[in-house]
Design a protein around this ligand. Sequence first.
Ligand SMILES: C[S@@+](CC[C@H](N)C(=O)[O-])C[C@H]1O[C@@H](n2cnc3c(N)ncnc32)[C@H](O)[C@@H]1O
Length: 448
Amino acid sequence: MSFFVPLEQEAYRTLEQGPYLKGLLRPFKGKGGLEAWANQCLTLRDELIALARRRVLSPARAHPFSQFYVQLAQQPTGAGTTFLRWRSLDHARMGTALWGELMDDPATPVSLLDELRAIEQERVTLNMQIGLIHAIARQAQACAGKMEHAETVYLRRMNRDGVLVQTGITGPPYFRLRRYLPDDHPDKGLEIGREDSPDAYIAHLVDAFHAVREVLADDGTLWVIIGDTYAANRNFRTASVKSSPKHGRAQAEAGGMRLGEGLKAKDLIGIPWRLAFALRGDGWFLRQDIVWAKKNPMPESVNDRCTRSHEYVFLLSRNARYQFRSGRLARTRVLSRRIGTHPSGAQSAGRQRRIARQPVQHRRPMRNKRDVWTISGRPFTGNHFAVFPEALVTPCILAASRTGDTVLDPFMGSGTTGSVAARLGRRFIGCELNPAYQSLFSTEGDAP
Ligand SMILES: C[S@@+](CC[C@H](N)C(=O)[O-])C[C@H]1O[C@@H](n2cnc3c(N)ncnc32)[C@H](O)[C@@H]1O
């Protein structure tokens, strides 16, 4: 039974009166969203300051207003923002009273009174807008700090009670392959995979996985499923590892990728290994590169290289010794010619049942699972187009956790890891940027 139900967007429905408040009136679930909101406000504040300078300050300091003994000036404040103020030419006095004196002065031509009034109206309005937006940004920054504190206290208690994540299994967004949020979404700035350089992308992932390590058990592991990307510039359409029209369009919309850094258009970037080395540099033990060989790779319209049909699954651990139950993955090899084994070592469930019924003398010792996993990709008709096959996630969960352990997916998407974890009796924590994908998550798993 829950005593507190977190707010959903619905709770804000009647409060959404102005588009400018859209980003504020929603349920923030962590410091990241608040920081992004604060940054948006600071950008808006700076745009307002630039507008004030361009459209009010400049004309108010030009002829004919430059002849007056009172002038408009831009004054920075100690709080880090800038307002428009009236100032005497000798800088001795400041404030609205000066504008009042100018309006009262018989020497001020009547023909300019309307415009002086309009300048004052614009000044007051823009100062109010700049001040409000600045204050919201400051509040959001302060609240982000409080959110972080709440998170630390929560994790400290979880750690003390031994509630730790046993294994993280995830596929982060691939570099510049897809867009998961519309461009005008308030959380767009948080979306990983949209960075303009591989280094920036990898730095974000290293940070994200560093946070995962904070909640990982001492003998915990992390499995990262990751594919590569080709370097491209804006007009270069074949950048995707999956160059279907959908991916090509998404990449074209993503705008320019910053080349340089030793990269030319058409170069394979080497994202998986760059990431693996960066994670190792951050303290992870890089234990294995598993190749996910796809039975049904996406077709590519290329004729100067082979069609890509693999991605990597990196196994990383927090410490040198970690939970890995190889027996849960091992294959029994059978001597009997009648049943035999597929050359790949893969066996269907029916074949495994028949093996289990074989007399023991017909079986060979267990064979350790190999590091090339041949698995079909998973077609998906819902709203998420990067869904992983359950068969890819299942061995990771079986090897790296026990019943009742907690599994984490920091980029859960439609929640494949969560569905398999639930079916195997594990607890699950998932993080996802796009709340729309929540409806795709099911603990039922794939229909048989
Ligand atoms: C490759 S998909 C994961 C697919 C998932 N394994 C599945 O089977 O459905 C990556 C997900 O990460 C999400 N994402 C992107 N940036 C994120 C961030 N900063 N925090 C959390 N999730 C993010 C995207 O919205 C996307 O759903």
